[in-house]
Design a protein around this ligand. Sequence first.
Ligand SMILES: NC(=O)c1ccc[n+]([C@@H]2O[C@H](COP(=O)([O-])OP(=O)(O)OC[C@H]3O[C@@H](n4cnc5c(N)ncnc54)[C@H](O)[C@@H]3O)[C@@H](O)[C@H]2O)c1
Length: 265
Amino acid sequence: MDLGIKDRVAIVTGAGRGIGRQICLTLGEEGVRVAINDIREEGANAVADEIKKAGGQAIGVVADVTNQDQVSDMVKRVLDEWDQVDILVNNAGIPVLQSSQDVMAAAGTFFTQTERPQWDRTMQLITYGVLFCTRAVLDTMMERRWGRILSIISDAGRVGEPRLVPYSMAKAGVVGFTKALAKEVGRYCITANCVSPGTTETEATKAWLQAQGEQIMRGYPLAKGLERLGQPSDIANAVAFLVSQRAEWITGQVLSVNGGYAMPD
Ligand SMILES: NC(=O)c1ccc[n+]([C@@H]2O[C@H](COP(=O)([O-])OP(=O)(O)OC[C@H]3O[C@@H](n4cnc5c(N)ncnc54)[C@H](O)[C@@H]3O)[C@@H](O)[C@H]2O)c1
């Protein structure tokens, strides 16, 4: 099936590795011109090189999505390059953690956490990151009367995940944001949707699973549904459809891509 998005321009945030990287590669295969955002330059440029080597068009755009000025500069850079932004994938959602202690602290129980800076990092990235990036691309989408805002949330935000309490809270907030936005911008042929992954094998989860060890693996409800962890391609395929021309009448929705381990309403 031709997704009908050849030559569209996409910005994918937090895309130097993991799920975001695979979203970029998949969109690149569909002929989308892709701006790969990451706070880390190396990752963004490496993914851009991968797409270019495969014959696609891509640029790396470094910015911290929690910094509104940097986000404005990033969007300006993409507009200078390609004159339009049609697709935004708000994928950045896990703060950069430096050590396994950081990972453990971030994934501790809420009743052992008292560290406001850790909560701030999570809230800033998941809520303000999405607000800043979305606001920055709306004008060009409204002018061209076509747009896709796709935010990656998490099943933690749909069904709740112990040890990820502030993260679950912030991701649930993105659902409210998406539904309200969908109602405002539909008249401009802009859709807003969420993809909600279950546990997916990426660098971030590898560190988390290693730090938690046996305990989390035993406790994790993997023996349900399709009985495997997700792969970035599972998530990227769903994203590619929802940002495509084929999904033009789907808006304000949340699609869990989780192998069936949770089945939220
Ligand atoms: N992996 C999973 O199991 C899983 C499950 C549910 C939801 N998700 C969601 O999927 C998305 C991607 O997850 P992942 O596992 O690929 O993460 P990851 O940590 O492997 O990759 C995320 C990328 O985001 C970048 N980043 C971090 N802070 C940034 C910032 N302020 N500005 C720009 N870039 C920034 C990092 O440098 C990194 O390259 C996140 O929103 C996450 O919450 C992941």
